[in-house]
Design a protein around this ligand. Structure first.
Ligand SMILES: NC(=O)c1ccc[n+]([C@@H]2O[C@H](COP(=O)([O-])OP(=O)(O)OC[C@H]3O[C@@H](n4cnc5c(N)ncnc54)[C@H](O)[C@@H]3O)[C@@H](O)[C@H]2O)c1
Ligand SMILES: [Mg+2]
Ligand SMILES: [Zn+2]
Length: 276
């Protein structure tokens, strides 16, 4: 949610409004951005898998056209969600992050996971319904813990082989069934760097639509152990002094917020605000 964007379940059988189109290469855009008049967009040569009414932007109804394949639309190009996260209007990124999660979920829930029959959209709540066995499937959200471990002026950062060259970040991992947020955090830190932590403090959360994480951000203090890196997951992990930090994650990420917040407190600077 944001000042300009609010999600809502809108009936796609009602005409009008604006629409975004999402294909394998991201979202369609032209010089005016990603929001197109919906009826115009539906007249283009698009291979539409499904359509969902997703909310309001500046009061206008917005729909998502989830496409089966890429298309050429004159005067338009495609841009991935990550690019919108990195730069440009934050409200538009929030809208597109939501659209991407609904698109991924709709694509992956066309058939009932229980009996295999085709599912249909419910128009009064965000769910797919199986008429045959009455199962309802809701959008998938994956809780993930992310933690900045600190030891005085030093902070523990690591690199995954998937990261941009040179960038170090906080430790993160998905919750498993049966775990509390704190259990998950302690396990992930143990697995990834073999370090023990204490004084776990919740800092804040962030939707991370790549593809459906809900990041729960924490600060924890070092309690013991020497760094032992988890093979394959962690390429390098080090203690960095707050005065000599390596290249850090993108400005709008909660990873960056956790680092900036600790550094600000340590150095007595103004505290940053988590983009939400
Ligand atoms: N917003 C941020 O600042 C930020 C920073 C770091 C990581 N993240 C996100 O946090 C999430 C978790 O981080 P990670 O990649 O280190 O996780 P992780 O340490 O648990 O390891 C990733 C592995 O978990 C497995 N996995 C994938 N999806 C899963 C799911 N839904 N549930 C359980 N296991 C799953 C896969 O084997 C994958 O290779 C990722 O989505 C990542 O993009 C966000
Ligand atoms: Mg991890
Ligand atoms: Zn079913």
């Amino acid at each position: 949610m944001s000042a300009r964007w609010t999600s809502a379940v809108l009936d796609p059988d009602v005409a009008g409004g604006l629409a975004v189109a999402r294909g394998p290469d991201g979202f369609l855009l032209d010089d005016n951005g990603v929001l197109f008049p919906r009826e115009w967009l539906k007249r283009q040569d698009l291979d539409i898998l499904c359509e969902h009414g997703i909310g309001h932007f500046d009061g206008e109804p917005v729909f998502l056209l989830e496409l089966r394949s890429a298309a050429v639309v004159s005067g338009c190009g495609w841009r991935g969600l990550r690019q919108f996260m990195l730069e440009g209007d934050f409200d538009i990124y929030k809208l597109l992050g939501y659209a991407a999660q609904i698109g991924t979920w709709a694509r992956e829930h066309r058939f009932c996971g229980s009996c295999g029959q085709a599912m249909t959209q419910i128009h009064w709540e965000r769910a797919m319904h199986c008429a045959s066995c009455d199962l309802r499937s809701y959008p998938r959200i994956s809780p993930s813990m992310i933690v900045l471990v600190t030891r005085g002026d030093e902070i523990l950062l690591a690199r995954s082989p998937r990261f941009v060259t040179g960038v170090y970040s906080t430790l993160a991992g998905f919750a498993e069934p049966g775990e509390s947020a704190e259990d998950c955090l302690v396990r992930e830190v143990r697995e990834e760097v073999a370090v023990e932590v204490k004084n776990i403090q919740y800092v804040g959360s962030q939707c991370w639509p790549f593809p459906h994480s809900m990041m729960l951000g924490f600060h924890a203090e070092y309690a013991g152990g020497e760094i032992v890196m988890q093979p394959d997951e962690i390429e390098d992990a080090q203690w960095f002094n707050v005065h000599a930090l390596p290249p850090l994650p993108a400005g709008r990420s909660i990873a960056r917020h956790l680092i900036d917040l600790y550094v600000a407190r340590r150095l007595g600077l103004a505290e940053p605000v988590l983009p939400g």
